[in-house]
Structures are given as structure tokens and as C-alpha cells.
Design a protein around this ligand. Sequence first.
Ligand SMILES: Cc1cc2nc3c(=O)[nH]c(=O)nc-3n(C[C@H](O)[C@H](O)[C@H](O)COP(=O)(O)O)c2cc1C
Length: 347
Amino acid sequence: MSSIQARKKEHLRIVAEEDVQFRTTTGFERWHFIHNAMPEIDLKDVDTRCEFLGYKINQPFMIAAIGGGESHGLELNRDLAQVANAARIPLVLGSMRILLEDSAVLPSFKIARQLAPDIPIIANLGAAQLNDNLDSRKVLRAIQDIGADALSIHLNPLQEALQPEGEPSFRNVSHALEILKETLPVPLIVKEVGCGLSLDVLKRLYKIGIKWVDIAGAGGTSWAKVEYHRILEAGAKQLATEFFEWGIPTAEALTAATQLKDLHLIATGGIDSGLKYAKAIALGAELAGAAAPFVAAWRKKGKEGIAELLDHYQRTLQMVMFLTGCAKLKKFRGNAAIIQPQNYQNI
Ligand SMILES: Cc1cc2nc3c(=O)[nH]c(=O)nc-3n(C[C@H](O)[C@H](O)[C@H](O)COP(=O)(O)O)c2cc1C
């Protein structure tokens, strides 16, 4: 097993077995839906279907990128793809860096497209990897080999800086993204991994021409905590503890981001309940998503666990839409009249 594969496998184990969640909250608890006792709709008329990347999907939710390592990667992608396809929701694959270095691992990525022909499949790569003599033809070939509909690029400066084998070089990251944007025929989605994207970063991404972003804020998986469990050197371990709570909480990043009207927003980071998911959509996200909750569900009950979790998210969203009088997502999404901060002020 290569060192990247071993690392991915360790990440998966640590996320499942250790307490690596932020203490800092997502900030969604500060938002309340305004209960509508006269919704004037029937629960069965509530429709959560929408479109994403040209596909019709059943709810505005995606399974966020989860890298798995060799055999784990194959099993995980197989199970995620089968369930995501049956549930008609998009799937983001774990980083394909490993594939750029060793084409023998292609089956563990390709299996997703093979088993999930009806949903958006999104390939993923780290921005830190774009710096070393980026060869966009190689990236394009990998996307085509996988059969992906889009590429998501993760920005993870904190993780790279703490990771023992990390590559904390982000010097030409804007330029590299610009080149990719110009040369790739598929949409680019730029994401964080749990520290959030600030308004300033979003403005810079928009300037480059990026249309889709996943703010991936703080409140869920803390990568400083994950890497802490892998670091051996005492000083580096202590350094990681300083950054356990580093990042912009998901709800804060999301509400700030909605100022930029032309950006398509995805919200991940601590969306571990149906209610948080519903709040993310009501606050203006086009899609929400989660990673760690699916790792836990998969480890516990395999495919059934993933399917149950997706069903739970969808049923909660349906209930919230009903109880706020919104039969269609068009009315529900970004509707300031149904959700308010703190205590009820304008009901
Ligand atoms: C085990 C695991 C592996 C992950 N691997 C990747 C990855 O390869 N690429 C990526 O962009 N994000 C990766 N992430 C980050 C997630 O996509 C997501 O942005 C982050 O975990 C926040 O969501 P959460 O709080 O729901 O976990 C991974 C997350 C987990 C839990």
C-alpha cells in the first residue's frame, strides 16, 4: 500500500474512532424557523427535487468528498455510489491525487460512475497538488477516466501545514485555479475541508470565474484534531492543539457568502442533522452535504446505514418545508421570511 493510501485509511479510522469534532458549533443553532401553524399545503405535496449539473436529483444534498485508501476506497466508493444512485443525490469522490501517481487504482474511482449512471459524480483534488508543475492534461485524463461531471478542488492550508507529510505551499494557488478553469471542460467547484471560505476568498474565486463553491465551514470534522492523532513529534502535536477550533463556523460563512449573488453555494461542515441541513438551504445554500456522518453510518451499518441517513435528511427537510408553508424548494431556499436569528423578533 502506498503512503497516500495508508494515510487515507488512517484518516477514515481516526474520524470513525476518535473524537475529532469541533467544540465550536456551526452557528446554525442561532437560527430558528418560524413555525407556520397555517401552512396551507399538504405534507404530501412537498417536493424536494431540484437540478444539479444537468441532473435531476431528489433533494438538495450531496455526499461530500471522503478519501478511503486502496481496498477501503473501493468498498467505500462502491457502497456510496450504489446508495447515492438509488437515492438520486450527487456524490463527491475522495481526492484523486493517488490516481495521478498510480493508474492501478483507477478501478476504485471508476466504480462510482459504473454503479451510478444517473447522478452527478464529482472528482476531487487538493489545491496544494496544483502547484507542482500542474499538468492539466493529466488532470483532464483522470476526470475522463473516472467519468466525472465536475472537479472539486479542496483548499486545506491548515491541514497541509500540520500534516507530517503535508505540502503547505499555496503560493500560486489563484493562478493554478485560473489555468484549470480555462483548460478543463467540466465545471470547477472550490471547497475547504472544515475551516470555511471567507468573503474575501470567495470574492477572489469569483474573480477567477469560479461559479460553484463549498464553504465547508467549522463545526463538524476538525482536521487539526484528525492530524493530531497521526503526529508523533511532541512539539508538532502541541502545535496542532492550538488549531483544534480554527475556522469560520459554517452558518457564519454561509450567511456572509449569500451577499455574493452570482455564486452558487454548497454548505458542508457539521451538517450532522436534518434540521441543520434544512437551515443551510433556507439560508441560501443550493445544496448542503456531509462527510463524517456518512463515515459513521457506513462503519456501523454499511450501505443500509448510508441509505437510512439520506432518508432521514430528506424526511426532515420535507417536514421543515411543510411546517414553514413551502411546497417547493424555490420558495424555501434563501427565504428570509421563514428563518430568523436568535430569539423571535419579527413573528
Ligand atoms: C474521512 C474523511 C476523508 C475526507 N477526504 C477528503 C478528500 O479526499 N477531499 C476533500 O476535498 N475533502 C475530504 N474530506 C472533507 C469533507 O469533504 C468535508 O469538507 C469536511 O469533512 C467537513 O464536513 P463534515 O463536517 O460533514 O465531515 C474528508 C472528510 C472525511 C471525514
